[in-house]
Design a protein around this ligand. Structure first.
Ligand SMILES: [Zn+2]
Length: 313
């Protein structure tokens, strides 16, 4: 399947998830925390405010029980938790962005992955890139997704120290792992990268891991024995300075919209097709429908609970 076909499929998939909405006026959420649930409301149906201008400046999490609303690229998060800036096996990078917030399951996951990485030679743990904004939602810069507190970017740069100060975390750059525009890995790529990615994908909380196509093919060649984890390793554009982990909606999170799971199988033939298309780009598909720009997401296009998340204490 070529990348144009993929893109078309992605757009179709996004359109499908835009369809149905829970129309209950309010609903109770499992759990016994004292924080209030985000209330379903229809007040935002005419709200033409640009959502990134609302969510891009909210400095703290909402005082609500933890919950994701909507989909990865069109939603928000209530009751987010902040990943501590430094832990025994991780550091959050680019603190000025204030994007080290996620649902509790994501914060646990990142810490678990970091503990595994720290067992590998050359890795003191992981450097953690963007998670989500304190209340999720669209961002002023970068990322279409990362909106519901279930996405995390993990740097490809193996940490050799975890005592970077604030300024160093602004200035330090990750390193690229690709050559030939992502068809192949470069000399910075190591077996340890594959072990971290395998651990990331093998976790039952994971829905997908996005990485450049050459890395997936390298892992297809490397994998022995159980190859089922390769199913969740998805070739994608970019993703050579970091890889991106996307978790599934937590059980019982009824306002959270999962993506359809990846197609069955290890996806290795598909990844090889991506690589072939990088090396020998196919002519443009004349039947491909051009992407229609829809403009920035407005508050009205987010789940109704996101107004409550934005307005909560
Ligand atoms: Zn990402």
């Amino acid at each position: 399947m070529g990348s144009l076909v993929k893109t078309g499929f992605l757009i179709a998939a996004l359109a499908v998830t835009a369809g149905c909405r829970n129309t209950e006026v309010s609903r109770s959420v499992p759990g016994n925390t004292s924080a209030p649930a985000a209330v379903m409301s229809t007040q935002n149906s005419n709200d033409t405010r640009v959502a990134k201008d609302v969510f891009g400046y909210l400095p703290t999490a909402s005082d609500q029980r933890s919950e994701s609303f909507g989909g990865y690229a069109r939603g928000c998060q209530a009751g987010a938790v902040q990943l501590p800036e430094t832990g025994p096996t991780w550091q959050a990078m680019r603190l000025s962005r204030n994007r080290n917030w996620g649902q509790p399951v994501l914060i646990d996951y990142v810490q678990d992955l970091s503990r595994f990485a720290a067992t590998l030679p050359g890795w003191e743990g992981i450097y953690v890139g963007d998670l989500s904004q304190p209340r999720g939602g669209p961002m002023l810069t970068g990322h279409a997704s990362h909106q519901i507190g279930l996405d995390a970017d993990i740097w490809m740069l193996p940490p050799d120290r975890l005592n970077l100060n604030r300024q160093e975390r602004e200035n330090l750059s990750s390193i690229s792992m690709r050559r030939e525009r992502g068809a192949f890995t470069n000399s910075s790529w190591t077996e340890q990268h594959m072990q971290v990615l395998r651990a990331a994908a093998s976790d039952p909380r994971t829905a997908r891991v996005f990485v450049f196509p050459g890395a997936k093919v390298a892992m297809c060649d490397w994998a022995t024995g159980d190859r089922s984890w390769l199913n969740k390793i998805r070739p994608w554009y970019g993703h050579h300075y970091h890889f991106h982990v996307r978790l599934t909606c937590p059980a019982g999170a009824s306002g959270c919209e999962n993506q359809a799971p990846p197609p069955a199988g290890d996806g290795c033939a598909d990844a090889q097709t991506w690589v072939n298309n990088i090396l020998n780009p196919p002519p443009p598909d004349p039947s491909a429908t051009p992407r229609t720009p829809r403009g920035p997401l407005t508050m009205a296009r987010l789940p109704a609970q996101c107004l409550s998340v934005a307005e909560s204490n």
